[in-house]
Unconditional design. Structure first.
Length: 567
């Protein structure tokens, strides 16, 4: 990916960086980082942060570090580490040699904690976490100082060393920064910076039984790595005074600048790891990479492209104001890229057989079809045509309403890339009355290159050849929730899962697709003409037994369901 790919317009973060560069601050360097905790799969909110942090580094000829905030061994797993690296690379970014882990710095972080104790700015506290929470107070009322706040430096050093040796049980002691229990910012009221956790770490094993807290770890990891601009989401704005206090209180060589921006909130979905984990653990979705999930692995399986995600992140911009982005903006970005790049293919989701009575039973020919009209280099391909084809059931009505421009008795339509055809009659199942076959005639003079090729009719239908078509399972995915903000009424005791859309997945088991799609591989996305964009499912699709996921429809059809009386 080019470092100048669709260079974004300026925003307040870029204005800060450009001012720093102009003044010579940070020796003209721009070093950012993306610091995920490996306790789940990344989602689109992380994609915005990835695109921003790596994008800033590219734009200003700097570098971006990938650093795992792995300080909570009870919730972290190498599976998540691997998935995060895969997601970042899929989005088109590379950290080169700058892959780090907070666990790389455990010894340094411990030494920094000792330094705080020696400076009289940290103490070991025996209160439980619940007691600490209760004593913290509220912004309008000072908190209550811990009875252990006045311990001597020597006693604190001894107790902290014994904590490290594992002499105390979990929850019996913590290390707290000594700041200000009357601060209007609750994060400054003697926050916990170390706790005892007797759990094996996936990188350090059983070496440690004390682990640093996020606010202590994050700023110091930034400092150790020489980060210049520590870009994070807006909920960390109230943490910034603590970020600065820790770095000012210690002897560090680098004091990065924390800058906050509004996180992504997308309609008809949730962006909370906790909520996504609930969906996975309760079996309400097909794992972390379910194509309905907003995880990067989920949208990849659905057929979204990294280019479209980067364009989406660029289009929504960077601000300091929280708001909700309509999921239609994301889908528009996906359509925009796929329209230019996705090969066109023919498919019929709900097949209805059509027989041409004026063709012999052994009739067969090959017709030319355009691979992508948006790409002049895409060329053409051959598609098979014979006496029997399939059209979609929705493209035929025996007694149609006005302005139905598809197939109906006595009416003509054009088959895309083929002929004008006329419906003669429908054949029904005698027992059910269901239409099982349509008998037609075709005008042989209306194929491309023939004298009647330019004859106009209103309807154009997609189709596949019955002799060569391949059967496929097609999964039609829709929005996971049926309200824009599923968590909006949680404060009233309403479970966000009660808003799950029961129609978010429909499975069609006997669709018919063009023969060339039989061996399509996951990662390839196609436009099924007149239907939408589809990709082979990475979990279920096999060569010769294709399963296709709908990536996105050709246009936003959700609005019709929001009208009064709609579904």
């Amino acid at each position: 990916m080019s470092s100048t790919e669709n260079a974004p317009s300026t925003d307040f973060i870029r204005e800060i960086i450009e001012k720093d560069l102009a003044s010579g601050k940070n020796d003209g360097k721009v070093i950012t980082r993306f610091p995920p905790e490996p306790n789940g799969y990344l989602h689109l909110g992380h994609a915005k942060s990835i695109c921003l942090n790596f994008g800033l580094a590219q734009q200003y000829q700097g570098r971006c570090h990938l650093r795992f905030d792995d300080t909570n061994p009870a919730k972290e797993d190498p599976e998540y580490v691997d998935s995060i690296q895969e997601d970042v690379k899929w989005l088109g970014f590379d950290w080169n040699n700058h892959l780090y882990h907070a666990s790389d710095y455990f010894e340094k972080l411990y030494d920094y904690a000792v330094q705080l104790i020696q400076k009289g700015k940290a103490y070991v506290c025996d209160l439980t976490l619940e007691e600490i929470r209760q004593n913290r107070g509220v912004p309008t009322r000072p908190g209550v100082e811990s009875p252990y706040r006045s311990r001597s430096v020597e006693e604190n050093l001894e107790l902290f060393e014994r904590m490290r040796k594992g002499e105390f049980e979990e929850g019996s002691k913590v290390l707290r920064a000594k700041i200000d229990m009357a601060s209007p910012n609750l994060h400054m009221r003697d926050p916990v910076i170390y706790r005892i956790k007797k759990a094996a770490h996936h990188r350090t094993g059983d070496k440690w039984v004390v682990y640093p807290m996020y606010d202590f770890t994050h700023c110091l990891s930034d400092s150790i790595e020489g980060i210049t601009h520590s870009v994070c989401t807006l909920e960390f704005e109230v943490h910034r005074p603590l970020y600065d206090w820790v770095l000012d209180a210690l002897d560090v060589e680098c004091h990065p600048q924390q800058i906050e921006f509004a996180r992504l909130k997308l309609s008809y979905t949730v962006m909370s790891k906790r909520k996504l984990l609930e969906l996975v653990h309760e079996g309400l979705v097909d794992g972390w990479n379910d194509p309905r999930m907003p995880t990067i692995s989920g949208i990849r399986r659905r057929g979204y492209t990294p280019e479209s995600i980067r364009e989406f992140c660029k289009s929504i911009g960077v601000t300091k104001f929280n708001g909700m982005t309509d999921i239609a903006v994301l889908e528009h970005s996906v359509r925009g890229h796929l329209n230019k790049t996705a090969p066109r293919r023919m498919a019929v989701l709900k097949p209805l057989k059509v027989v041409f009575e004026n063709l012999p039973e052994d009739y067969h020919e090959e017709l030319d079809a355009v691979n992508n009209p948006e790409d002049p280099d895409a060329g053409k391909r051959k598609i098979s045509f014979s006496r029997e084809i399939y059209i979609d059931q929705d493209d035929f009505m025996e007694d149609p309403p006005k302005k139905f421009h598809r197939l109906t008795p006595g009416k003509e339509v054009r088959l895309k890339y083929a002929y004008i055809i006329k419906c003669e009659r429908a054949i029904k199942d005698e027992a059910t009355g269901e239409i099982i076959e349509v008998r037609c005639t075709l005008d042989p003079e209306t194929r491309s290159g023939m004298p009647g090729a330019d004859r106009k009719v209103k309807g154009v239908l997609g189709w596949v050849d019955a002799k060569t078509a391949v059967s496929a399972e097609v999964r039609l995915y829709d929005r996971l929730f049926n309200v824009p903000d599923p968590a909006a009424d949680e404060k009233d005791g309403v479970d966000f899962k009660s808003h799950l859309n029961p129609d978010s997945l429909s499975i069609l088991e006997n669709s018919k697709i063009e023969a060339s799609l039989a061996e399509a591989a996951p990662g390839e996305t196609f436009q099924f003409e007149r239907i939408g964009y589809f990709t082979p499912d990475s979990r279920y699709s096999k060569p010769g037994q294709p399963v296709f996921n709908r990536t996105v429809s050709l246009r936003d059809t959700w609005a019709k369901f929001q009208k009064p009386g709609g579904k």
